[in-house]
Design a protein around this ligand. Structure first.
Ligand code: HEM
Length: 521
């Protein structure tokens, strides 16, 4: 042993050497992080290795994002572990980057457990911007673009009559009724079959698949998300795969059996228009999707279209409980345009500007996709207003903050449909901000806008909505956690506005029953 080695191996010197190495390593880490961060958007200083993770609350992280945007500006950068994260806090920043530079801002961060292992890269929502995603996206765009969405107006209208009946006969269950409506529309437009109750197997099985998907998506739950090198271990050592692969087998069985049912219905000539039918008729050559990819594509709306639509309607009801003046104005418009003898229809859309503004305001006041949906990822280094955004950054468009930006929406916490009537900003007139940006914009936006308009018009036409007498008003900030945030259960009174309204609702439901039969399997 050399004299130097001898000295260093004695205990006090060994400890000192260890501390010295640690200090130098930290110094190097800080130097390089600072160098990289120096030009990046401002934000709270990250801690070594964990970044800003410890500063983010486990529940409702978007509230912290909104605070940071208020403190540091419309574009903020933080670190989650070693991944740079960009938080956009104004619509302008989101438009400039996600819309105008959509060619490099439309990818996704890597989802190893949920996207790669559980879904074999077949769930488009989590796919990066690559050729399979573009095929998947084309199929959904074709299935639900503006005119294609019109195909589904009849089933939406029939289901809304069922909803009106449910509200008439069992008003306290309004949350379940909205959820059932949204689930039935989604299952009808994908597989051509409606659902009568949330207890049906098709809902339960799909719910189980979604629940598992959400459960594996929790940051920090699996070491492999932070250390992808674990994927290089021999397969038998990758124990984290086992449960997810078992679930994958069940998902595949469920999704293919649902498409096989549609095939059988097509053969006996009784299949209703739906996404699965359209894709099967087009064939693999046109869609570019093999059987399994097709089955996964058809499963998409179940995860993306139920909570979002029902959650927005719940926010609207909560807002109306607090703002009787809005309900009164909408009812004045409905009485004037529709009168007492019939339900509003899609044809009344252009004649009901205040109802339309109320729908926009519900989408703005409490955006259900509160973090702007699944985060985007940027694929090339970029500069924006003098700030450096490195390739590989995760990008959140924080709708919570964007929708409460006082410059774009003065008095943002107020529920004010009028803001959409008096605006001269074309981007508010054609309000698709709640549905995201660029190539990732929500493909279900026409379908869900059609639902929200018809439900809002019919419910406000037929019912009075009030707080429960003697109870405090429900809390307007008591919302669920998760990527989709909706009001936690609350109570209110929902009553028919008149005897005449009750009669119309009963008669419409009687008339709808037979037509709905054709959608029941
Ligand atoms: C009120 C109802 C809805 C709202 C507020 C909403 C909102 C959003 C938002 C904000 C995004 C993220 C966009 C982005 O990444 O920039 C999104 C994506 C998506 N939405 Fe919706 N959505 C709704 C209903 C629906 C419905 C009914 C469907 C299905 C028919 C649907 C299917 C999807 C899909 C598949 C994506 C992912 C697109 C992709 O990754 O390329 N959504 N939605």
């Amino acid at each position: 042993m050399s004299p130097i080695t001898q000295v260093l191996s004695s205990t006090p010197y060994r400890d000192l050497a260890f501390v010295a190495v640690a200090v130098v390593a930290l110094g190097v880490y800080y130097f390089f992080t600072h160098l990289k961060r120096k030009d990046m958007p401002p934000g709270p200083p990250p801690a070594p290795f964990v970044g800003n993770r410890h500063q983010l609350p486990k529940a409702k992280p978007w509230r912290k994002f909104t605070e940071w945007n208020a403190q540091y500006g419309p574009v903020v950068s933080i670190y989650l572990g070693k991944t740079p994260v960009i938080v956009l806090g104004t619509a302008q920043a989101a438009w400039d980057l996600l819309e105008k530079r959509s060619n490099i801002y439309s990818s996704r961060p890597r989802f190893i457990m949920s996207g790669e292992i559980l879904s074999e890269n077949r769930r488009g929502l989590m796919m990066p911007n690559n050729a399979p995603w573009r095929k998947w996206r084309k199929v959904l765009n074709t299935g639900f673009h503006n005119r294609a969405a019109d195909t589904y107006k009849p089933i939406q209208s029939l289901e809304s009559k069922r909803l009106m009946w449910d509200l008439l006969t069992q008003p306290e269950g309004f949350e379940t009724h909205l959820q059932r409506y949204a689930a039935s529309v989604v299952v009808s437009v994908t597989y051509g079959r409606r659902i009568e109750s949330l207890n049906e197997w098709i809902v339960k099985e799909n719910d189980a698949a979604m629940e598992y998907l959400t459960s594996v998506n929790i940051p920090g739950k699996y070491a492999v998300e932070s250390f992808p090198i674990l994927l290089k271990l021999p397969r038998w050592m990758q124990t984290f795969r086992k449960e997810a692969e078992e679930r994958k087998a069940k998902d595949i069985e469920l999704y293919t059996s649902l498409v096989n049912d549609v095939k059988a219905k097509m053969e006996d000539g009784t299949c209703k228009p739906c996404l699965a039918k359209e894709l099967l008729e087009a064939g693999e050559e046109k869609t570019g999707l093999d059987e399994l990819a097709l089955a996964y594509a058809c499963s998409t709306p179940f995860g993306a279209g139920i909570e979002t639509t029902a959650g927005t309607m719940l926010s609207m009801i909560l807002a109306l409980v607090h703002h009787p003046e809005v309900l009164r104005k909408a009812q004045e418009e409905l009485d004037h345009v529709i009168g007492p003898d019939r339900l509003p229809t899609y044809e009344d859309h252009e004649s009901l500007p205040y109802v339309r503004a109320t729908c926009n305001e519900a989408l703005r006041w409490r955006p259900v996709a509160v973090l702007g949906g699944t985060p985007h990822a940027v694929t090339e280094d970029d500069w924006y207003e003098g700030m450096f955004i490195p390739a590989g950054s995760t990008v959140f468009a924080n709708l919570d903050g964007i929708m409460r930006d006082p410059v774009m929406f003065p008095d943002p916490d107020n529920f004010l449909p009028e803001r959409f009537l008096t605006t001269t900003d074309p981007r508010l007139k054609d309000f698709d901000l709640p549905f995201g940006w660029g190539r990732r914009i929500c493909p279900g936006r026409h379908l869900s806008s059609n639902s929200i308009f018809l439900l809002a018009a019919r419910i406000m036409w037929g019912f009075d909505i009030r707080p429960v007498k003697g109870e405090p008003l429900p809390d307007t900030w008591d919302y669920t956690d998760g990527f989709n945030s909706k009001p936690r259960p609350f109570r209110c009174v929902i009553e028919p506005r008149s005897e005449k309204a009750r009669k119309v609702i009963e008669a419409e439901w009687e008339g709808a029953k037979e037509a709905l039969e054709a959608w029941s399997w």
